[in-house]
Ligand binder design. Structure first.
Ligand code: SAM
Length: 309
């Protein structure tokens, strides 16, 4: 595979540089359309790389590599690094800088559309703030995403929104159901050149190791219901999926007052409830006679917990 691959993309409305969201304009400077804020504080890059735990054999994608402030310490870990950058001038410099670094591949592409690996990988990046949501959507939305972890520099306010116990958006709750999102540190504008007008955060994202696909799917259903009707009592939301008695028992054993409204329940609690429901479903599958498990018949239909009432 060639080490430096240039994937030229014609600018269109979608991948044309957009104005940085939420104060990505540098203090006292022209609008910074490409969100270029190069890391100048090597202790920040060192912390991010250390936090990522990258090492030999790992695959790390860097989105928006700039001049290589993160690429270099990442390459030093022995991990295989794919440095994605859209600006051809930066790409040329990256190619020169890492010409002899066998483990670094520079890809000229838009981070929003570049092909992502199928094998498990991590992302370590100081991303352009204007596309933070688009990038997280790409990385975390698909049920079968291969991303295992990410260490990102993002706008402080954005990081706070991503780490709320009860995020305001359903899609963030869905990301939180399968990934743990936390803030590892606050970074002052002076760590970048040019300096942005707001503080940044080191956002740490880790796949939750013990969430099965069925549990994640159930969590998504519960979250969808809860976000659709946040004022509905939680017992009713759960009651749509399990018999009322079971819903009541589940809620009280989880320490939730059944009449409390759905909008007040943190994502991790929905996840725990989904874990109980998927365990119920697995038990029902185990206890069903072998024939019933294989092929439901009109006289003995296979039942999900939601139907047992
Ligand atoms: C905040 S700077 C970070 C640069 C470098 N990683 C660092 O920390 O010094 C963001 C970088 O992303 C690049 N960039 C902006 N939009 C991009 C996009 N859609 N796809 C890929 N790179 C992009 C910019 O050219 C810039 O180099």
């Amino acid at each position: 595979m060639p080490r430096h691959s240039r994937t030229h993309q014609r600018p269109n409305r979608q991948n044309r540089p957009s104005r940085g969201a939420g104060g990505r304009r540098s203090a006292g400077a022209e609008p910074n359309h490409a969100g270029i804020h190069l890391l100048r504080d090597s202790s920040v890059s060192a912390r991010m790389v250390r936090s990522s735990g990258a090492g030999p054999g790992d695959l790390v994608i860097e989105l928006g590599a700039g001049l290589g402030a993160l690429t270099a310490p990442l390459a030093a870990t022995g991990a295989r690094v794919i440095a994605v950058e859209r600006d051809p001038r930066f790409v040329a410099k990256l190619e020169r800088r890492f010409a002899d670094a066998g483990e670094v591949r520079v890809v000229e592409a838009d981070a929003r559309s570049v092909m992502l690996p199928r094998r498990p990988y991590a992302v370590v990046a100081n991303i352009p703030y204007a596309i933070s949501t688009a990038l997280l959507r790409r990385l975390l939305d698909p049920e079968a995403t291969s991303v295992e972890a990410a260490d990102l520099l993002v706008e402080w306010g954005f990081a706070k929104r991503m780490t709320e116990d009860r995020p305001r958006d359903l899609e963030v709750a869905w990301w939180q159901a399968r990934f743990e999102l936390s803030i590892a540190g606050r970074i002052r504008p002076g760590s970048f050149r040019p300096a942005p007008s707001v503080d940044s955060a080191h956002l740490v994202i880790r796949r939750r190791p013990d969430v099965s696909r069925p549990q994640a799917r159930l969590a998504r259903k519960l979250l969808q219901d809860a976000y659709r009707a946040p004022r509905r009592p939680v017992r009713e939301v759960l009651g749509a999926h399990v018999p009322k008695k079971r819903a009541h028992r589940l809620l009280t054993s989880t320490g939730i007052d059944p009449p409390v409204v759905a909008g007040t329940i943190p994502t991790t609690t929905w996840l725990a409830l989904a874990g109980e429901l998927s365990a119920d479903a697995a038990d029902a599958g185990r206890t069903a006679p072998a024939d019933d498990r294989r092929r439901p018949t009109p006289s003995s239909p296979a039942r999900t917990p939601a139907e047992e009432r």
